[in-house]
Write a protein that binds this ligand. Structure first.
Ligand SMILES: Nc1nc2c(c(=O)[nH]1)N[C@H]1C(S)=C(S)[C@@H](COP(=O)(O)O)O[C@H]1N2
Ligand SMILES: [Mo]
Length: 461
Protein backbone atom coordinates (compact mmCIF):
# COMPACT_ATOMS: atom_id res chain seq x y z
CA UNK A 1 0.00 0.00 0.00
CA UNK A 2 1.49 3.31 -1.07
CA UNK A 3 0.65 6.33 1.02
CA UNK A 4 1.73 9.90 0.69
CA UNK A 5 3.78 11.33 3.50
CA UNK A 6 0.90 13.58 4.46
CA UNK A 7 -1.46 10.63 4.72
CA UNK A 8 1.00 8.70 6.85
CA UNK A 9 1.35 11.68 9.18
CA UNK A 10 -2.42 12.06 9.40
CA UNK A 11 -2.74 8.36 10.08
CA UNK A 12 -0.11 8.50 12.83
CA UNK A 13 -1.74 11.57 14.39
CA UNK A 14 -5.16 9.96 14.31
CA UNK A 15 -3.82 6.75 15.80
CA UNK A 16 -2.08 8.68 18.59
CA UNK A 17 -5.22 10.69 19.33
CA UNK A 18 -7.35 7.56 19.42
CA UNK A 19 -7.65 5.38 22.51
CA UNK A 20 -7.23 2.45 20.10
CA UNK A 21 -3.55 2.76 19.31
CA UNK A 22 -3.83 0.28 16.46
CA UNK A 23 -7.20 0.64 14.81
CA UNK A 24 -6.47 -2.41 12.80
CA UNK A 25 -8.85 -4.51 10.78
CA UNK A 26 -6.26 -7.05 9.69
CA UNK A 27 -4.42 -7.59 6.41
CA UNK A 28 -5.22 -5.39 3.42
CA UNK A 29 -5.97 -6.87 0.02
CA UNK A 30 -3.52 -6.48 -2.85
CA UNK A 31 -4.39 -5.52 -6.42
CA UNK A 32 -4.41 -9.20 -7.36
CA UNK A 33 -7.13 -9.78 -4.76
CA UNK A 34 -9.60 -7.48 -6.49
CA UNK A 35 -12.77 -9.30 -7.50
CA UNK A 36 -13.14 -9.10 -11.28
CA UNK A 37 -16.80 -8.52 -12.13
CA UNK A 38 -15.90 -7.82 -15.76
CA UNK A 39 -12.48 -8.11 -17.36
CA UNK A 40 -13.34 -5.90 -20.33
CA UNK A 41 -14.42 -3.19 -19.89
CA UNK A 42 -12.80 -3.33 -16.48
CA UNK A 43 -15.11 -3.59 -13.46
CA UNK A 44 -13.32 -4.47 -10.23
CA UNK A 45 -14.74 -4.95 -6.74
CA UNK A 46 -12.86 -4.29 -3.51
CA UNK A 47 -12.62 -7.38 -1.29
CA UNK A 48 -13.86 -7.11 2.33
CA UNK A 49 -10.33 -6.48 3.69
CA UNK A 50 -10.59 -3.00 2.14
CA UNK A 51 -12.98 -1.96 4.90
CA UNK A 52 -9.98 -1.80 7.25
CA UNK A 53 -8.54 1.33 5.59
CA UNK A 54 -9.72 4.84 6.32
CA UNK A 55 -8.47 5.96 2.92
CA UNK A 56 -8.87 3.29 0.24
CA UNK A 57 -5.59 3.05 -1.67
CA UNK A 58 -5.82 3.27 -5.46
CA UNK A 59 -4.58 -0.36 -5.71
CA UNK A 60 -7.81 -1.63 -4.27
CA UNK A 61 -10.26 1.08 -5.14
CA UNK A 62 -13.17 -0.42 -7.08
CA UNK A 63 -13.52 0.43 -10.78
CA UNK A 64 -16.72 0.71 -12.79
CA UNK A 65 -16.52 1.72 -16.44
CA UNK A 66 -19.40 1.21 -18.86
CA UNK A 67 -17.11 1.70 -21.86
CA UNK A 68 -13.42 1.18 -22.49
CA UNK A 69 -11.06 3.59 -20.75
CA UNK A 70 -10.06 6.53 -22.98
CA UNK A 71 -6.44 7.70 -23.15
CA UNK A 72 -6.52 11.46 -22.83
CA UNK A 73 -3.76 13.60 -24.37
CA UNK A 74 -3.43 16.73 -22.23
CA UNK A 75 -2.20 18.78 -25.22
CA UNK A 76 -5.54 18.20 -26.91
CA UNK A 77 -7.76 18.01 -23.85
CA UNK A 78 -10.02 20.96 -23.00
CA UNK A 79 -12.83 21.39 -20.54
CA UNK A 80 -15.64 22.91 -22.60
CA UNK A 81 -18.42 24.78 -20.80
CA UNK A 82 -21.38 25.72 -22.95
CA UNK A 83 -25.18 25.79 -23.17
CA UNK A 84 -27.06 28.29 -21.02
CA UNK A 85 -24.02 30.42 -20.19
CA UNK A 86 -23.04 33.93 -21.31
CA UNK A 87 -19.28 33.21 -21.64
CA UNK A 88 -18.63 29.70 -23.01
CA UNK A 89 -15.24 28.34 -21.92
CA UNK A 90 -12.56 25.98 -23.20
CA UNK A 91 -10.07 25.54 -20.37
CA UNK A 92 -6.76 23.69 -20.31
CA UNK A 93 -5.99 21.61 -17.23
CA UNK A 94 -3.47 24.25 -16.10
CA UNK A 95 -6.17 26.90 -16.28
CA UNK A 96 -8.49 24.71 -14.24
CA UNK A 97 -5.77 24.13 -11.65
CA UNK A 98 -5.20 27.90 -11.24
CA UNK A 99 -8.66 28.22 -9.69
CA UNK A 100 -9.03 27.91 -5.88
CA UNK A 101 -8.29 24.40 -4.67
CA UNK A 102 -10.62 22.37 -2.45
CA UNK A 103 -9.73 19.05 -0.80
CA UNK A 104 -11.76 16.62 1.28
CA UNK A 105 -12.52 12.95 1.90
CA UNK A 106 -15.66 11.39 0.41
CA UNK A 107 -17.15 7.96 -0.17
CA UNK A 108 -17.52 6.90 -3.80
CA UNK A 109 -20.24 4.24 -3.94
CA UNK A 110 -21.93 2.72 -6.97
CA UNK A 111 -25.74 2.88 -6.91
CA UNK A 112 -25.63 -0.87 -7.62
CA UNK A 113 -23.42 -1.76 -4.64
CA UNK A 114 -25.12 -4.74 -2.93
CA UNK A 115 -27.17 -5.63 -6.02
CA UNK A 116 -26.21 -9.31 -5.62
CA UNK A 117 -28.26 -9.48 -2.40
CA UNK A 118 -31.63 -8.63 -3.97
CA UNK A 119 -34.20 -11.43 -4.31
CA UNK A 120 -35.63 -11.88 -6.88
CA UNK A 121 -32.33 -11.36 -8.68
CA UNK A 122 -31.96 -8.36 -10.98
CA UNK A 123 -29.84 -7.75 -14.09
CA UNK A 124 -26.56 -5.83 -13.87
CA UNK A 125 -23.09 -6.43 -12.44
CA UNK A 126 -23.51 -8.56 -9.33
CA UNK A 127 -21.69 -6.34 -6.84
CA UNK A 128 -21.62 -7.58 -3.28
CA UNK A 129 -20.41 -4.99 -0.76
CA UNK A 130 -17.24 -3.67 -2.40
CA UNK A 131 -18.24 -1.27 -5.18
CA UNK A 132 -17.38 1.48 -2.73
CA UNK A 133 -14.24 3.23 -1.50
CA UNK A 134 -13.24 6.22 0.60
CA UNK A 135 -11.06 8.67 -1.32
CA UNK A 136 -9.33 11.98 -0.70
CA UNK A 137 -10.27 14.25 -3.60
CA UNK A 138 -8.78 17.59 -4.62
CA UNK A 139 -9.97 19.93 -7.33
CA UNK A 140 -11.95 23.07 -8.03
CA UNK A 141 -15.51 24.01 -7.21
CA UNK A 142 -17.93 23.35 -10.03
CA UNK A 143 -19.74 26.53 -8.89
CA UNK A 144 -16.57 28.58 -9.58
CA UNK A 145 -16.37 27.17 -13.13
CA UNK A 146 -20.06 27.80 -13.77
CA UNK A 147 -19.85 31.37 -12.39
CA UNK A 148 -16.82 32.05 -14.59
CA UNK A 149 -18.86 30.91 -17.59
CA UNK A 150 -21.74 33.21 -16.59
CA UNK A 151 -24.40 30.63 -15.80
CA UNK A 152 -27.88 31.78 -16.88
CA UNK A 153 -30.48 32.27 -14.17
CA UNK A 154 -32.78 29.97 -16.17
CA UNK A 155 -30.44 26.94 -16.12
CA UNK A 156 -31.89 23.99 -14.22
CA UNK A 157 -29.66 20.98 -15.03
CA UNK A 158 -25.91 20.61 -15.59
CA UNK A 159 -24.95 17.95 -18.13
CA UNK A 160 -21.59 16.13 -18.01
CA UNK A 161 -19.93 14.25 -20.82
CA UNK A 162 -16.72 12.23 -20.66
CA UNK A 163 -14.11 11.20 -23.23
CA UNK A 164 -15.08 7.52 -23.15
CA UNK A 165 -16.52 6.20 -26.40
CA UNK A 166 -19.36 3.67 -26.33
CA UNK A 167 -19.11 0.18 -27.75
CA UNK A 168 -21.51 -0.42 -30.68
CA UNK A 169 -24.62 1.72 -30.45
CA UNK A 170 -24.53 1.74 -26.66
CA UNK A 171 -25.55 5.18 -25.43
CA UNK A 172 -22.91 7.70 -24.31
CA UNK A 173 -22.37 7.89 -20.58
CA UNK A 174 -23.86 11.35 -20.02
CA UNK A 175 -25.35 12.45 -16.75
CA UNK A 176 -26.98 15.55 -15.31
CA UNK A 177 -27.25 16.92 -11.81
CA UNK A 178 -29.65 19.68 -10.78
CA UNK A 179 -28.25 23.23 -10.55
CA UNK A 180 -28.83 23.15 -6.78
CA UNK A 181 -26.33 20.27 -6.39
CA UNK A 182 -23.98 21.68 -9.05
CA UNK A 183 -23.72 25.06 -7.27
CA UNK A 184 -23.22 23.47 -3.84
CA UNK A 185 -19.77 24.53 -2.58
CA UNK A 186 -18.82 20.88 -1.92
CA UNK A 187 -19.41 19.71 -5.49
CA UNK A 188 -16.03 19.74 -7.22
CA UNK A 189 -14.15 18.72 -10.34
CA UNK A 190 -11.23 16.64 -9.06
CA UNK A 191 -7.79 16.30 -10.64
CA UNK A 192 -6.24 14.49 -7.65
CA UNK A 193 -7.10 11.34 -5.73
CA UNK A 194 -5.33 10.35 -2.49
CA UNK A 195 -2.65 13.00 -3.02
CA UNK A 196 -1.67 11.89 -6.51
CA UNK A 197 -2.70 12.68 -10.07
CA UNK A 198 -6.15 11.22 -10.73
CA UNK A 199 -5.46 7.71 -12.10
CA UNK A 200 -6.68 6.83 -15.60
CA UNK A 201 -9.20 4.24 -14.39
CA UNK A 202 -10.75 6.83 -12.07
CA UNK A 203 -11.15 9.54 -14.71
CA UNK A 204 -7.85 11.25 -15.60
CA UNK A 205 -7.55 14.18 -16.00
CA UNK A 206 -10.77 15.44 -14.37
CA UNK A 207 -13.91 13.95 -12.84
CA UNK A 208 -17.02 15.12 -11.06
CA UNK A 209 -17.24 14.62 -7.29
CA UNK A 210 -20.86 14.87 -6.13
CA UNK A 211 -20.28 14.05 -2.46
CA UNK A 212 -23.05 12.19 -0.66
CA UNK A 213 -24.55 11.07 -3.98
CA UNK A 214 -24.21 7.68 -5.69
CA UNK A 215 -21.28 7.63 -8.07
CA UNK A 216 -23.22 7.40 -11.34
CA UNK A 217 -23.20 11.22 -11.01
CA UNK A 218 -19.39 11.27 -10.62
CA UNK A 219 -18.62 11.47 -14.36
CA UNK A 220 -15.05 10.45 -15.25
CA UNK A 221 -12.77 11.73 -18.05
CA UNK A 222 -14.82 14.94 -18.09
CA UNK A 223 -14.57 16.95 -21.33
CA UNK A 224 -17.79 18.93 -21.50
CA UNK A 225 -20.22 20.68 -19.19
CA UNK A 226 -23.47 21.94 -20.70
CA UNK A 227 -25.99 24.05 -18.82
CA UNK A 228 -29.55 23.10 -19.75
CA UNK A 229 -32.92 24.71 -19.04
CA UNK A 230 -34.75 21.39 -19.34
CA UNK A 231 -34.38 17.76 -18.28
CA UNK A 232 -31.91 15.74 -20.32
CA UNK A 233 -33.35 12.66 -21.97
CA UNK A 234 -30.25 10.49 -22.55
CA UNK A 235 -30.39 6.78 -21.65
CA UNK A 236 -28.35 7.10 -18.46
CA UNK A 237 -30.82 9.65 -17.06
CA UNK A 238 -34.19 8.50 -18.43
CA UNK A 239 -33.79 4.70 -18.33
CA UNK A 240 -30.83 3.75 -16.13
CA UNK A 241 -30.13 4.81 -12.54
CA UNK A 242 -33.79 5.22 -11.70
CA UNK A 243 -35.55 4.03 -8.57
CA UNK A 244 -39.32 3.66 -8.07
CA UNK A 245 -39.05 5.73 -4.89
CA UNK A 246 -41.79 3.58 -3.37
CA UNK A 247 -42.12 -0.16 -2.73
CA UNK A 248 -43.10 -2.10 -5.87
CA UNK A 249 -44.01 -5.74 -6.41
CA UNK A 250 -40.80 -7.81 -6.45
CA UNK A 251 -39.81 -9.07 -9.89
CA UNK A 252 -42.09 -6.81 -11.86
CA UNK A 253 -40.91 -4.42 -14.57
CA UNK A 254 -41.56 -0.75 -13.75
CA UNK A 255 -41.95 1.97 -16.38
CA UNK A 256 -38.78 4.10 -16.23
CA UNK A 257 -40.85 7.27 -16.69
CA UNK A 258 -42.51 6.49 -13.36
CA UNK A 259 -39.17 6.28 -11.55
CA UNK A 260 -36.81 8.99 -10.26
CA UNK A 261 -33.04 9.41 -10.65
CA UNK A 262 -30.92 7.89 -7.89
CA UNK A 263 -29.34 10.70 -5.86
CA UNK A 264 -28.23 10.52 -2.20
CA UNK A 265 -26.56 7.48 -0.68
CA UNK A 266 -28.25 5.85 2.29
CA UNK A 267 -26.90 5.26 5.78
CA UNK A 268 -24.93 2.01 5.70
CA UNK A 269 -22.31 -0.10 7.43
CA UNK A 270 -20.38 -3.07 6.09
CA UNK A 271 -18.53 -5.71 8.13
CA UNK A 272 -15.00 -6.25 6.78
CA UNK A 273 -13.97 -8.89 9.33
CA UNK A 274 -14.51 -11.58 10.47
CA UNK A 275 -15.19 -13.39 7.22
CA UNK A 276 -18.42 -15.34 6.82
CA UNK A 277 -18.36 -18.75 8.48
CA UNK A 278 -15.04 -18.51 10.36
CA UNK A 279 -14.31 -21.03 13.11
CA UNK A 280 -13.14 -19.37 16.33
CA UNK A 281 -12.24 -20.80 19.75
CA UNK A 282 -14.52 -19.89 22.67
CA UNK A 283 -13.07 -17.56 25.27
CA UNK A 284 -10.84 -15.68 22.84
CA UNK A 285 -11.55 -12.08 21.82
CA UNK A 286 -12.60 -11.60 18.22
CA UNK A 287 -12.42 -8.17 16.59
CA UNK A 288 -15.43 -7.18 14.47
CA UNK A 289 -14.41 -4.34 12.12
CA UNK A 290 -15.89 -2.42 9.24
CA UNK A 291 -16.80 0.95 7.80
CA UNK A 292 -19.97 3.06 7.91
CA UNK A 293 -21.16 6.04 5.86
CA UNK A 294 -24.23 8.01 4.88
CA UNK A 295 -25.18 10.35 2.03
CA UNK A 296 -26.60 13.86 2.14
CA UNK A 297 -27.99 13.27 5.62
CA UNK A 298 -24.63 12.21 7.05
CA UNK A 299 -22.23 11.83 8.64
CA UNK A 300 -22.64 8.62 10.61
CA UNK A 301 -23.00 9.33 14.33
CA UNK A 302 -22.91 5.81 15.74
CA UNK A 303 -22.55 2.13 14.86
CA UNK A 304 -23.92 -0.72 16.92
CA UNK A 305 -23.04 -4.40 16.75
CA UNK A 306 -25.24 -7.37 17.57
CA UNK A 307 -23.90 -10.89 18.14
CA UNK A 308 -27.34 -12.48 18.55
CA UNK A 309 -28.93 -11.89 15.15
CA UNK A 310 -30.26 -8.46 16.04
CA UNK A 311 -31.97 -9.17 19.37
CA UNK A 312 -29.60 -6.94 21.35
CA UNK A 313 -27.20 -4.23 20.22
CA UNK A 314 -24.03 -2.74 21.70
CA UNK A 315 -22.16 0.41 20.69
CA UNK A 316 -19.07 -0.09 18.55
CA UNK A 317 -15.97 2.11 18.91
CA UNK A 318 -15.52 4.60 16.09
CA UNK A 319 -12.19 5.47 14.47
CA UNK A 320 -10.80 8.94 15.14
CA UNK A 321 -10.73 9.95 11.49
CA UNK A 322 -13.98 11.52 10.38
CA UNK A 323 -15.34 13.94 7.83
CA UNK A 324 -18.67 15.11 6.46
CA UNK A 325 -18.72 12.76 3.45
CA UNK A 326 -16.12 10.12 4.30
CA UNK A 327 -16.68 6.79 5.97
CA UNK A 328 -16.01 6.02 9.60
CA UNK A 329 -14.19 2.87 10.67
CA UNK A 330 -15.68 0.89 13.54
CA UNK A 331 -14.52 -1.87 15.87
CA UNK A 332 -16.22 -4.13 18.34
CA UNK A 333 -14.57 -6.75 20.52
CA UNK A 334 -16.58 -9.90 20.98
CA UNK A 335 -15.59 -12.94 23.03
CA UNK A 336 -17.76 -15.95 22.18
CA UNK A 337 -18.60 -17.69 25.46
CA UNK A 338 -20.32 -20.80 24.18
CA UNK A 339 -19.66 -23.38 21.49
CA UNK A 340 -22.42 -22.26 19.10
CA UNK A 341 -23.10 -20.37 15.93
CA UNK A 342 -23.24 -16.58 16.32
CA UNK A 343 -24.85 -14.17 13.84
CA UNK A 344 -22.90 -10.91 13.98
CA UNK A 345 -24.53 -7.75 12.59
CA UNK A 346 -23.75 -4.03 12.41
CA UNK A 347 -26.03 -1.03 11.96
CA UNK A 348 -25.17 2.60 11.40
CA UNK A 349 -27.14 5.67 12.42
CA UNK A 350 -26.88 9.37 11.59
CA UNK A 351 -27.24 12.20 14.10
CA UNK A 352 -30.67 12.89 12.60
CA UNK A 353 -31.71 9.35 13.58
CA UNK A 354 -31.70 7.79 10.12
CA UNK A 355 -30.91 4.12 10.73
CA UNK A 356 -29.89 1.15 8.60
CA UNK A 357 -32.84 -1.20 8.01
CA UNK A 358 -32.99 -4.96 8.68
CA UNK A 359 -34.76 -5.59 5.36
CA UNK A 360 -35.39 -3.62 2.23
CA UNK A 361 -37.96 -3.33 -0.53
CA UNK A 362 -36.97 -4.63 -3.93
CA UNK A 363 -36.38 -2.37 -6.96
CA UNK A 364 -35.96 -3.39 -10.63
CA UNK A 365 -32.26 -2.54 -11.05
CA UNK A 366 -31.13 -3.40 -7.55
CA UNK A 367 -30.00 0.06 -6.45
CA UNK A 368 -29.32 1.57 -3.03
CA UNK A 369 -28.87 -1.63 -1.00
CA UNK A 370 -28.17 -0.68 2.63
CA UNK A 371 -29.49 -3.58 4.69
CA UNK A 372 -27.77 -4.42 7.99
CA UNK A 373 -25.02 -6.93 7.13
CA UNK A 374 -24.74 -10.29 8.91
CA UNK A 375 -21.83 -12.72 9.18
CA UNK A 376 -21.87 -16.14 10.78
CA UNK A 377 -19.23 -17.07 13.35
CA UNK A 378 -18.83 -20.67 14.44
CA UNK A 379 -17.43 -20.87 17.99
CA UNK A 380 -15.91 -24.19 19.12
CA UNK A 381 -14.44 -25.76 22.27
CA UNK A 382 -11.31 -27.91 22.02
CA UNK A 383 -10.04 -28.86 18.56
CA UNK A 384 -10.90 -26.71 15.54
CA UNK A 385 -13.49 -28.24 13.22
CA UNK A 386 -12.29 -28.93 9.68
CA UNK A 387 -13.24 -26.12 7.31
CA UNK A 388 -16.52 -26.67 5.51
CA UNK A 389 -16.37 -27.51 1.84
CA UNK A 390 -17.08 -24.23 0.10
CA UNK A 391 -19.61 -23.26 -2.54
CA UNK A 392 -20.19 -25.11 -5.79
CA UNK A 393 -18.24 -24.56 -8.97
CA UNK A 394 -19.78 -22.26 -11.50
CA UNK A 395 -19.58 -21.91 -15.27
CA UNK A 396 -21.68 -22.80 -18.21
CA UNK A 397 -22.44 -26.35 -19.28
CA UNK A 398 -22.79 -27.36 -22.91
CA UNK A 399 -21.26 -25.87 -26.01
CA UNK A 400 -21.79 -22.22 -26.83
CA UNK A 401 -24.57 -21.72 -29.34
CA UNK A 402 -23.90 -20.47 -32.82
CA UNK A 403 -23.52 -16.69 -32.99
CA UNK A 404 -22.92 -16.34 -29.21
CA UNK A 405 -19.28 -15.26 -29.62
CA UNK A 406 -19.97 -12.78 -32.41
CA UNK A 407 -23.16 -11.41 -30.88
CA UNK A 408 -22.16 -11.20 -27.22
CA UNK A 409 -18.52 -11.96 -26.47
CA UNK A 410 -16.98 -9.49 -28.92
CA UNK A 411 -17.85 -6.62 -26.58
CA UNK A 412 -17.56 -8.23 -23.13
CA UNK A 413 -16.56 -11.52 -21.51
CA UNK A 414 -18.85 -14.32 -20.38
CA UNK A 415 -18.05 -13.33 -16.76
CA UNK A 416 -20.52 -10.44 -17.11
CA UNK A 417 -23.28 -12.84 -18.15
CA UNK A 418 -22.46 -15.66 -15.77
CA UNK A 419 -22.81 -13.62 -12.57
CA UNK A 420 -26.31 -12.47 -13.50
CA UNK A 421 -28.96 -15.04 -12.64
CA UNK A 422 -32.15 -14.08 -14.43
CA UNK A 423 -35.49 -15.54 -15.36
CA UNK A 424 -36.32 -16.38 -18.97
CA UNK A 425 -38.30 -13.15 -19.33
CA UNK A 426 -35.44 -11.09 -17.88
CA UNK A 427 -32.95 -12.70 -20.30
CA UNK A 428 -35.28 -11.90 -23.15
CA UNK A 429 -35.28 -8.22 -22.14
CA UNK A 430 -31.48 -8.21 -21.78
CA UNK A 431 -30.99 -9.61 -25.30
CA UNK A 432 -33.47 -7.02 -26.59
CA UNK A 433 -31.44 -4.23 -24.95
CA UNK A 434 -28.16 -5.57 -26.34
CA UNK A 435 -29.64 -5.60 -29.85
CA UNK A 436 -30.60 -1.95 -29.37
CA UNK A 437 -27.00 -1.32 -28.29
CA UNK A 438 -25.61 -2.77 -31.49
CA UNK A 439 -25.15 -6.48 -30.75
CA UNK A 440 -25.47 -8.21 -34.12
CA UNK A 441 -27.82 -11.07 -33.32
CA UNK A 442 -28.95 -12.93 -36.41
CA UNK A 443 -32.70 -13.64 -36.19
CA UNK A 444 -32.09 -17.37 -36.74
CA UNK A 445 -29.56 -17.47 -33.90
CA UNK A 446 -31.55 -15.50 -31.34
CA UNK A 447 -33.53 -18.47 -29.99
CA UNK A 448 -30.40 -20.60 -29.62
CA UNK A 449 -28.64 -17.88 -27.64
CA UNK A 450 -31.67 -17.33 -25.41
CA UNK A 451 -32.01 -21.06 -24.81
CA UNK A 452 -28.36 -21.25 -23.75
CA UNK A 453 -28.76 -18.27 -21.39
CA UNK A 454 -31.90 -19.78 -19.89
CA UNK A 455 -30.34 -23.21 -19.44
CA UNK A 456 -27.12 -21.96 -17.88
CA UNK A 457 -27.87 -18.75 -16.09
CA UNK A 458 -31.20 -19.09 -14.33
CA UNK A 459 -31.46 -17.84 -10.71
CA UNK A 460 -29.68 -20.20 -8.32
CA UNK A 461 -32.08 -22.12 -6.06
N1 LIG B 1 -17.35 8.85 -18.16
C1 LIG B 1 -17.80 7.91 -17.30
N2 LIG B 1 -17.96 8.25 -16.00
C2 LIG B 1 -18.40 7.34 -15.11
C3 LIG B 1 -18.71 6.02 -15.50
C4 LIG B 1 -18.50 5.68 -16.87
O1 LIG B 1 -18.73 4.54 -17.30
N3 LIG B 1 -18.04 6.65 -17.73
N4 LIG B 1 -19.20 5.12 -14.57
C5 LIG B 1 -19.88 5.72 -13.42
C6 LIG B 1 -20.26 4.75 -12.41
S1 LIG B 1 -21.70 3.88 -12.66
C7 LIG B 1 -19.55 4.59 -11.26
S2 LIG B 1 -20.05 3.51 -10.08
C8 LIG B 1 -18.32 5.39 -11.02
C9 LIG B 1 -17.14 4.47 -10.71
O2 LIG B 1 -16.02 5.22 -10.40
P1 LIG B 1 -14.59 4.51 -10.25
O3 LIG B 1 -14.38 3.64 -11.45
O4 LIG B 1 -13.62 5.62 -10.13
O5 LIG B 1 -14.65 3.70 -8.99
O6 LIG B 1 -17.97 6.21 -12.13
C10 LIG B 1 -19.05 6.82 -12.80
N5 LIG B 1 -18.54 7.71 -13.80
MO1 LIG C 1 -22.17 2.70 -10.74
Amino acid sequence: MKQTRRELLRWAAAAAASPLAAFDGGPRPAKKDMIVRSARPEDLEMPPGGFADYITPVEHFFVRSHHYEPQVDLKEWRLTVDGKVSKPLALTLDEVKKMPRVEYVAVLECAGNGRAFYRPTVPGLQWRSGSVGNGRWAGVRLADVLKRAGLDAGATEILFDGADVPVGTMPEFQRTIPVRKAMHPDTILAYEMNGQTLPVQHGFPLRVIAPGWASDSWVKWLTRITALDHEFDGFFMKTAYRHPGKPVKPGEAVDAAKMQPVTSLRVKSVIGAPAEGVNVPTGRALLVTGAAWAGDGGPVASVEVSTDAGRTWNPARLGAERSQYGWRLFQYTFTPAKAQYYTVMSRARTAAGDIQPLAQEWNPSGYAWNVVPAVGVNAFDGAAPSPAASGGASGAAGTQPSGYKQSCLVCHGEDVIEQQRLTGAQWDREVEKMVRWGARVKPEEREGILKYLRENFLPRP
